[in-house]
Design a protein around this ligand. Structure first.
Ligand code: GLN
Length: 232
């Protein structure tokens, strides 16, 4: 284990409602793949975490202003973000997908979005993707703070569709959240743990070391299976 992080406590920011990566369970505890993974890595490497459930964009801002030392939030490793953040090894492959209300039979493709409004998360890859095709398909992009609010906006009929990460949409649909997925997933991107560029290199190294240990021990796969295995 990295001696430099031993016994230290790091403040780590995350998203609020991004199941199965971070969400509150029935008892109000913050759980999910990111949460279990981070806690297991901290245990493995002998450091402690103080997890702050801030919201995605707020988490990135808290990191940039040094209010926290790291972010784990289903955060995609992108070239643009690499200019300001250092990322761990990737720990999950993801990508953006489109969902609509379960009972909507009119919106099946991007072309059906003409003149309509689409909900995205402020600061997310889904927002970047929506902005990259909105002129072509003639829709309006509405940026909201978290996935739960985006889904509610679609169910209320204020937006006709939502762009979000496919494992999160798929998990929600499997829990009967009132949505359905209608497009194939867009180009994949992988999730990583982030620190500010050039800062907290010890923490980043400990994360990578712990991740690799958990992969070797099978604990990493156990955490994924806990949240992603098909419901019985
Ligand atoms: N993976 C997406 C991104 O990094 C969304 C993350 C999230 O909504 N928590 O932009």
């Amino acid at each position: 284990a990295a001696a430099d992080v031993q016994g230290k406590t790091f403040a780590i920011a995350t998203d609020t409602t991004f199941a199965p990566f971070e969400f509150r369970n029935g008892s109000g505890d913050l759980v999910g793949i990111d949460m279990d993974l981070l806690r297991a890595i901290a245990d493995n490497q002998g450091f402690k975490v103080d997890i702050k459930s801030l919201g995605f964009d707020a988490a990135l801002q808290a990191l940039q202003s040094n209010q926290v030392q790291g972010v784990i939030a289903g955060m995609s490793i992108t070239d643009k973000r690499k200019l300001i953040f250092d990322f761990s090894e990737p720990y999950f492959d993801s990508g953006v997908q489109m969902a609509v209300a379960k009972n909507d039979d009119t919106v099946k493709t991007y072309a059906d979005l003409k003149g309509k409004t689409v909900a995205v998360k402020r600061g997310s890859e889904g927002e970047t993707f929506a902005n990259s095709i909105k002129a072509k398909y003639g829709f309006t992009v509405k940026a909201l703070a978290d996935s739960a609010t985006m889904y509610d906006d679609v169910k209320a009929g204020n937006s006709v569709a939502v762009f979000d990460d496919y494992p999160v949409l798929a998990y929600g649909v499997s829990q009967n959240n009132g949505l359905k997925i209608v497009t194939p997933k867009e180009r994949g991107s992988s999730y990583g743990f982030a620190v500010n560029k050039g800062q907290n290199a010890d923490l980043l190294a400990a994360f990578d070391k712990g991740l690799s240990n958990l992969k070797a021990s099978g604990e990493y796969q156990k955490i994924l299976d806990k949240y992603l295995a098909a419901p019985a």
